[in-house]
Write a protein that binds this ligand. Structure first.
Ligand SMILES: Cc1cc2nc3c(=O)[nH]c(=O)nc-3n(C[C@H](O)[C@H](O)[C@H](O)COP(=O)(O)OP(=O)(O)OC[C@H]3O[C@@H](n4cnc5c(N)ncnc54)[C@H](O)[C@@H]3O)c2cc1C
Ligand code: FES
Length: 233
């Protein structure tokens, strides 16, 4: 159980929940959340949006029953969080370019913050695409060397990747596939996949995805994969 410190609306249908937590948490990892008894049956996977000074933050979109219940919680309520789970993003040492779409921008904030802490002289560029309303762009702008924002268009149309940059993308699969196809082969590209998850710990096989090296579990082998593993490029 974790105590909720705040749970606020940040944009239409988008909430930010902060809970008290201690322990190691890597960017790109996720927790299984629940604040209900039997209905819905399963806990819900939500990525780490930020982790700082014992405060763990989730940025989530209300899309169904589970996230609707989460959105009704208030400060001092309790939520069950299990994790952190998943491999997370690898440590990146050269320059970084992140490409996020919609709620897929959620795990990229902690990645950028962590990257800047570890690589104070490294360059970090951020591309953010939203269907209708942008959120979180100011927070990225406070950290990154450049932020390219697109609302209503196709963010990958604006994407230019520089030699030596490592690219990290999270968002709709069609956007990640476009990034995987557009970035030159010389640049490493990591993608963070989504899948329906029941257990989050590799036990149910509910999140299996096909990769170049056979079936893998998104929850334990991923959610972060190198692009060649999961996209035909
Ligand atoms: C590793 C991981 C990290 C995630 N991180 C975040 C995050 O940081 N913020 C966030 O808002 N969401 C995140 N998600 C998606 C989130 O888990 C789902 O939106 C949530 O489980 C929906 O629960 P619900 O009960 O509200 O909706 P449901 O009633 O279960 O579903 C509503 C709709 O969402 C679709 N859906 C449900 N679960 C998933 C899923 N796992 N992947 C894709 N589509 C789904 C359903 O097919 C349905 O169309 C993440 C998913 C994964 C696998
Ligand atoms: S969610 Fe159960 S194996 Fe991945």
């Amino acid at each position: 159980m974790a105590v909720i410190l705040s749970n606020t609306l940040v944009s239409a249908g988008i909430f930010k929940m902060t809970v008290a937590f201690t322990g190691a948490v890597k960017p790109g990892q996720f927790f299984m959340l629940r604040a209900w008894d039997k209905d819905p049956l399963l806990s819900r996977p939500i990525s780490v949006h930020n982790y700082e000074s014992g405060q763990l933050t989730f940025l989530y979109q209300v899309v169904g029953k589970g996230t609707e219940i989460l959105a009704r919680l208030q400060a001092d309520d309790e939520v069950t969080i299990q994790g952190p789970y998943g491999n997370g993003f690898p440590e990146i040492t050269g320059d970084l370019c992140v490409v996020g779409g919609g709620i897929g921008t959620a795990p990229l904030y902690y990645l950028v913050r962590h990257y800047q802490e570890q690589n104070p002289t490294g360059k970090c560029r951020v591309y953010l695409g939203f269907r209708d309303i942008a959120y979180g762009a100011d927070a990225f702008a406070a950290l990154a060397d450049e932020v390219v924002l697109d609302v209503g268009g196709i963010i990958t149309d604006k994407l230019t990747v520089l030699p030596g940059e490592t690219v990290v993308t999270c968002g709709p699969e069609i956007m990640m596939a476009a990034v995987a196809g557009a970035v030159p082969a010389e640049n490493t590209v990591y993608v963070s996949l989504e899948a329906h998850m029941a257990c989050g710990i590799g036990a149910c096989l509910g999140c299996t995805c096909e990769t170049r090296s056979g079936n893998k579990k998104v929850c334990t082998d991923g959610p972060v994969f190198v692009r060649e593993e999961v996209f035909n490029v």
